[in-house]
Design a protein around this ligand. Structure first.
Ligand code: ADP
Ligand code: GLC
Length: 509
């Protein structure tokens, strides 16, 4: 049944695309060639970024390109089309089920990474972010938009998109690309797939009645398939059908196998862990985050000489309406959502202000947090400054100018902000969870607290304030934080290993 469904789809390709050029693959296999990887993502910082995924999608393929022929696949949002430069339309992917046809464009990043772009104005050319409209509401057709992405990934992997290229392995990221692994399985294609979970809390859940429009066979709407408590889950599809799962820190990889962090998927994830098919690989931090070179900073500095931090601190104070002060400056740079413990940061503000500290906050997200933060700033003029919005320059100057970064996340798959803060000499005060536990050494490169509650958090803040009063301890901690290893090479080496294991799993299938 599944095979009939999918052989029809394959037949459609044979007529609309020149599949015969698979010969090219055979020729190139006999000559020793680098393995080809298609990195499928819904955001990339070069053009469009909603969070850390965009940064990882920009950095990891670049670290991997030394070893592989890595290419990116991304929807052709406005932000992509307006910035990528020349795109050559190399083919069309036919419509299938309720998923519209689209053009396949090929372009390049400034440094020559090949990017496949899905050209489908009706799905992607809109104002707003990859996931939500200008009011922050999910696009109503997100199921079709990202099924289009998943199906295109499967098409390209099989050589149906670019007649001269096909993928030896698909690297999928989060729920928007999760269906790709399922489409390949339903077509009987054993191309290895990796799914990296950047955040288990976002699952891509849709109603059951969408199955046929998305080409999902009824038989797959099952606990051993795409079904999740009566809904269709794109993320579960990825976890269930991918050859291997990774997430972005070793601690989060363990946490998600427990009910407290597993978002209802912990059972399946435990099975994958037992099968040796779940790993945690910590994200790197991009070397462009360098306080000695950062063009956004008011004054540049380094681990050896941090005097320049002061000018940045004063700039932040001025921009956030804070009084001039020699006291400690705390920063919050965050999406304003429950995950990030924004409520805890708001509650802890009283302790900080009462001890002579100041807080600068930049973020956007849930309206209730935005409103509460604005009210907090009004209650503490000169001590708490809040900007609602997203601004890269402000964020960088805040890391550079602050003494501490507040990061009381309830869970944090990896977290990049704490790594950037460390690099810029701001000590993170963070909940010991996920990537925060793996990147912060308590009392050495930051402060960790054990439970996401106000009592533990303020205790850690008080340890920070004590350290601030001891110049020698503060300097030693700053130096240690700023000297943490940088770059993506270590992570890339671990991904190489996972790729090899995924190939073995797929070969056995
Ligand atoms: P997440 O992806 O869960 O939001 P990460 O810590 O992995 O968390 O990545 C967040 C990234 O977004 C960091 O680079 C951080 O500096 C940036 N960021 C978050 N909020 C803002 C903001 N309001 N303005 C500028 N940069 C922000
Ligand atoms: C997600 C996670 C964050 C992680 C990022 C990149 O947004 O919330 O912890 O750093 O993805 O992997």
């Amino acid at each position: 049944m599944l095979e009939t469904l999918y052989s029809e789809a394959d037949a459609a390709f044979a007529t609309t695309n020149h599949v015969g050029l698979n010969q090219d693959r055979q020729t190139s296999i006999s000559v020793k060639r680098r393995q080809s990887i298609l990195f499928v993502t819904s955001e990339i910082a070069d053009y469009v970024k909603a969070g850390g995924l965009g940064e990882v999608s920009a950095a990891l393929p670049r670290a991997l390109r030394h070893h592989y022929d890595v290419r990116i696949l991304i929807p052709g949002y406005r932000q992509v089309l307006s910035q990528i430069g020349h795109i050559e339309e190399i083919g069309r992917l036919p419509s299938a089920f309720g998923i519209p046809s689209c053009g396949l464009g090929r372009g390049q990043t400034k440094d020559g990474l090949t990017v496949y772009v899905l050209l489908c104005p009706e799905l992607y050319e809109r104002d707003g972010s990859p996931y939500v409209d200008a009011l922050g509401v999910d696009w109503k057709d997100n199921d079709i938009r990202f099924a289009r992405l998943g199906l295109a990934a499967a098409d390209i992997a099989c050589g149906h998109g670019d007649a001269l290229w096909r993928a030896d392995l698909l690297h999928l990221n989060d729920w928007p690309s999760g269906l790709a692994a399922a489409y390949l399985t339903w077509r009987g294609q054993h191309i290895p797939t990796i799914l990296t979970i950047h955040n288990l809390a976002y699952q891509g859940l849709f109603e059951r009645d969408r199955l046929s429009s998305l080409g999902i066979p009824d038989a797959a709407f099952h606990i051993n398939g795409v079904e999740f408590y009566g809904k269709l889950s794109f993320l579960k599809a990825g976890i269930f059908y991918a050859s291997h799962i990774t997430t972005v820190s070793a601690t989060y990889a363990k946490e998600i196998t427990r009910p407290e962090f597993g978002c209802g998927l912990d059972g399946l994830l435990r099975t994958r862990a037992r099968q040796g098919r779940l790993d945690g690989i910590i994200n790197g931090s991009d070397p462009s985050w360098d306080p000695a070179k950062d063009p956004y900073l008011v004054s540049r500095f380094s681990a050896e000489n941090v005097r320049g931090k002061r000018a940045n601190a004063n700039n932040v104070r001025k921009n956030f309406g804070l009084a001039l002060s020699n006291g400690p400056l705390f920063a919050v740079v965050s999406r304003l959502v429950h995950q990030k413990g924004v409520d805890l940061a708001i509650s802890a503000a009283e302790t900080i202000v009462s001890q002579g500290g100041q807080i600068a906050v930049i973020g956007q997200g849930e309206p209730r947090f935005e409103a509460e933060l604005k009210a907090l700033a009004q209650r503490h003029p000169g001590s708490v400054g809040v900007k609602i919005g997203y601004d890269e320059g402000d964020a960088r100057r805040m890391y550079a100018g602050s003494d501490f970064l507040l990061m009381p996340s309830r869970f944090e798959p990896c977290g990049l902000s704490q790594m950037y803060a460390q690099r810029f000499g701001s000590l993170p005060i963070a909940h010991k969870t996920g990537g925060l536990a793996d990147t912060i050494e308590d009392g050495v490169t930051g402060f960790l607290f054990g439970e996401p509650c106000l009592y533990r958090f303020t205790d850690a803040i008080k340890r920070g304030l004590e350290t601030f009063r001891s110049r020698s301890r503060l300097s030693a901690m700053r130096r240690a934080a700023m000297s943490r290893p940088l770059g993506w090479d270590r992570s890339a080496t671990k991904y190489k290993d996972v790729y090899e294991r995924a190939c073995q799993v797929a070969a056995r299938a």
